[in-house]
Design a protein. Structure first.
Length: 233
């Protein structure tokens, strides 16, 4: 049980930003996006970059790359070199994009994806005096994303949102130089708010703040990201 709990603790350390594309575009438009951001938490700090696209504002496909460093004292690590890197790929089907009243648009999407991360020098000493080392993990992702877009003046928009994801996957670890694997599941929720401006050609520049919560006992952490969305004819 101790081993599985350790696996679950590290599984939530790097999670998808799930910024999406379609809510930043005019309804029915296809487009592409690029973005970058930084993240900070009690145990980690790092950054990410992403690319993605939207098909007629209905289906989004995105890929992100993450790199994080971990705090030795906060996690109880044996050195200051612990890091992780990995990729996240997601697809979102926007089943609802409605404007119930003027200047307010409601978006609801179903999301699925996959993430794969590897760890370097992520080692700690167990109570048994054995060395625990995380090697990496891969997970499936499934959940939903909601956004409410408040259209302000001069092309500016304020868009709060909430996402809930269910993660299921497998982690690889070493204990006393013996490699083994274990399964884990968990939930990740995200509160976010984006401030973005639609420009004259329908493209948009966005600034997004994300706050994450999870059931992995990794603590709350935050992301700040900027993005650019270009509509396609």
């Amino acid at each position: 049980m101790k081993k599985i709990l350790l696996l679950a603790m590290i599984a939530g350390l790097s999670l998808p930003a799930v910024s999406q594309v379609s809510p930043f575009l005019e309804k029915g438009k296809s487009g592409i996006t690029i973005g970058a951001g930084a993240e900070q938490g009690y145990t980690l700090k790092g950054g990410m970059g992403k690319i993605g696209g939207s098909i007629k504002g209905i289906v989004d496909i995105e890929a992100s790359y993450y790199y994080d460093k971990y705090d030795k004292s906060a996690v109880g690590l044996l050195n200051t070199n612990a890091s992780s890197s990995g990729v996240v790929a997601t697809a979102t089907w926007w089943v609802l994009r409605k404007q119930p009243v003027q200047n307010i648009e409601v978006n609801f999407g179903l999301l699925a994806g996959y993430q794969n991360f590897s760890f370097s020098d992520y080692k700690m000493l167990l109570s048994t005096n054995d060395i625990y080392e995380s090697k990496g993990y891969s997970e499936g992702i499934a959940g939903f994303d909601t956004r409410i877009n408040f259209q302000l003046s001069d092309g500016w928009n304020l868009m709060p949102g909430y996402s809930l994801l269910y993660n299921f996957g497998q982690q690889t670890q070493k204990i006393a130089d013996v490699e083994e694997t274990g399964n884990s599941t968990g939930l990740v929720s995200k509160l976010n708010v984006s401030l973005f401006k639609r420009l004259s050609k329908g493209d948009a520049v966005s600034f997004t703040f994300n706050q994450y919560f999870d059931t992995y006992s990794t603590g709350t952490y935050f992301q700040l990201a900027i993005g650019y969305v270009l509509p396609l004819k």
